[in-house]
Design a binder for this molecule. Sequence first.
Ligand code: MIC
Ligand code: SF4
Length: 656
Amino acid sequence: MGQTLTEKVLEDHLVEGTLETGEEIGIEIDQVLTQDTTGTMVWLQFEAMGLDEVQTEIAAQYCDHQTYQFDFKNTDDHRFLRSAAGTFGAHFSRPGNGICHNVHRENFAAPGKTLLGSDSHTPTPGGLGQLAIGAGGIDVTVAMGGAPYYIEMPEIVEVRLEGELPAWATAKDIILEMLRRLSVKGGVGKILEYTGPGAASLTAPERMTITNMGTELGATSSIFGTDDQTKDYLERVGRGDEYVELQPDDDADYDDQIVVDLSDLEPLIAEPSMPDNVVPVREVAGTDVEQVIIGSCTNGAYEDILPAAKMLEGREVDMQTEMIVAPGSKQASEILAREGWVAEMMAAGVNFSEATCGACIGIGHVPASDSVSLRTFNRNFEGRSGIEDDNVYLCSPEVAAAAAIAGEIIDPRDLADELGDLEDPGFELPEEYDGSKTDLIAPDEAVDDGLVKGPNIGDVPLKDPLNAELSGSALLKMDDNITTDHIIPATQDILMYRSNVPKLSEFTLSRVDDTFAQRALEADGGFLVAGENYGQGSSREHAALCPMYLGIEGVLAQSFARIHRANLFNFGLLPLTIDEETYAAIDQGDEIEIVEDVAQAVADGTEEFTVRVNGDEEFTATLYASERERDILAAGGKLSWTKAQAEDSGAAPADD
Ligand code: MIC
Ligand code: SF4
C-alpha cells in the first residue's frame, strides 16, 4: 500500500513509535517559530531548563500581535524577545515586520521540513508542503532544545478538490465550505491532505489561506503536495533552490475522504460568532456594514489585498462604512506601496495600518456597539474583537471590498451586475517578493548577548507533583466550544500581562464569570467542568497555566481541543473526559472527589476514574494519556519533569 504525503514527511522525521493511528509518535523538528504573546514564556522556560542554544535548523521569534506597544510592558516584552533571540540563537523579526505566519512563509517555510510553532495557525505553510503544527509554548521550547515533539498519530483524511473555482469564488470559500460541512471540531485528531485537480489549480498563497484556517476545523495540520505552483512561489520569494517534489503515492491509503467540487462554490460568509456558521453571502445580503477589515494571517498577504485594491480603484468606500487594510507583512505593504496600490486605496477612503495581528484579537479597530464588522480573518469568537456582543462576519477580500463599496453585505456578483463595470479581479502574485529585509535580524547579526527583562517579566510558576487525593468543588460549569479567548482573553488590557502570570491569572475566565478568579484563589483547589471541544482556538498555554496558578486541579470535559489538552498535561492539570450524562449531573458548586489514589492511578496507567459528586453519586471519567503524558502529569508539569530528567541524567534536558 502506498503512502500519504503526511506519512512520507513523518517517516522522514520519525524518532520514536510507528505510524499507526492513535499511537504516540516522536518526530524531529527542523524549524520552530514563536511570537510576542507566547514567546516570552517560551524563552523563560528555555532559560529555566538551563538550555543555552537553539538546536533546530531555524528558530524564529516574531513580534506581531501587539505591535502598537500601547504600554511599556509590551515594549519590554519585545526587548526581552530580541535579547533572548540574540542570546540563544534565533532570528528576530522586529515589531511591525509582520505576522509570524506571513513572514515565516516568505522567508523560511520549506517543503518536506517540519515546523512547530507556539501559535495555532502555524499550519499555514502546509500550503507549501511543509508539515507544520501549532503547540503550546513549552512544547516549542523543548523542541528548540533539540528534543523530539510527541503527538498522537492523527487520522489522515484526503480532501479531494475537483473542478475549478468559478468567478468571484476564492480559496477562502473553500475553507469556509469545509467549516460549513465539518464544524469547528470536525478536524480534531486529523491531518487534512488536499489533493486532486482543484488543488493543482490553486496558487501557493491560495493554498495557504486554506491550510491556515484548517486550524478552525480543529485539525492538527493541513497540507498540499508540491508542484509547479509551489516552485513558482518559492522562486518569487527568492528561495527556488528549497523546492522538493512531494506527492502522495497514487495508491495512498487514507482514513477518510471528503470531496469538494470547486465549481459548485459561491461567495460564502461566516456569521457571528463561530467560524462554522457559514452561509452563502446572498442569504445575509442587505445587512448594513459599519466596518470592513482586510488583513490577518489568513487573508492579509499581498495577493489578498490586491484584488480589493483593484475593486476599489476609482471608487469610494461608502459613507457609513470604515475600511481598514492591515497587511500581513511589511513586505506586502512595501510592494503595494511601490506599485501605487497604497495610494489608490487611500484615495478610495481606506485607512492603511501597519502590519500586525492587532484587530484580530481586539487590539485597535474595535467595532462600535451594535454594529456589523466584516473581516477577512479566521476567527469571530464572541467578544474577540474587543467588544462583547459583537457581530463579526468572516469572508474573502472580494466580499469585504464589495461590502465597503456598497455599505452593506452584498454578493460581489450582484454588485458587479449593479455597477456594470466591476470585474472579478482574479488572483495575482507579485513578479518578485522584493521587500527589504532590514527588520529580520539573523542570529549572527544579533546585538544582544544577555537577557533584558523589564519589571513586568516574572518567572514561570511551577506546580507540585500530583497528589494522591484530589477533591474540590466544581468552580465553574461551562457549555460546549469554550475558546481560549474565553479562558484568557487577548485584548490589550489583558495581553500586556502575558509575562506576568500572577497578574494575568486575575482575568482567568472573566468573560464567562468575572467572580471566578477570586473564587478559585479562595477555594484553593477545585475543578472546571465543560462540554464538548473545551479550549478550542489559540495555542496560548496561559489558558492552562493561569488556572493552574489559581489552584485548579483538573478539568472534566466532554471533549478537549488538541493543543489545549496538551497544555493541561504540560501544566499538571488532570484532563478527564466525561460523558453527557455525567456532564448533566454535575452542577456548579457541587463537591467533586476522585475516589482513586490519583498519583498512583496515573502512574499505574489507570484509564477509568471514579468521580464522586456531593459524597454520593458516582460516575466514570476517562483519562486518555500516553505513558509520557502520565509522567509529565505526575511530576506537576513539563517544566518540572524536564528539569528532573536533566538532573537524573546529569545531562542537558531532553524530552525522551
Ligand atoms: C490567536 O489567533 O488566537 C492568537 C492570538 O494568535 C493565538 C496565540 C496567542 O494567544 O498568543 C493562537 O492562535 O495561538
Ligand atoms: Fe495573529 Fe489573528 Fe493570525 Fe492569531 S489568527 S496569528 S491573532 S492574525
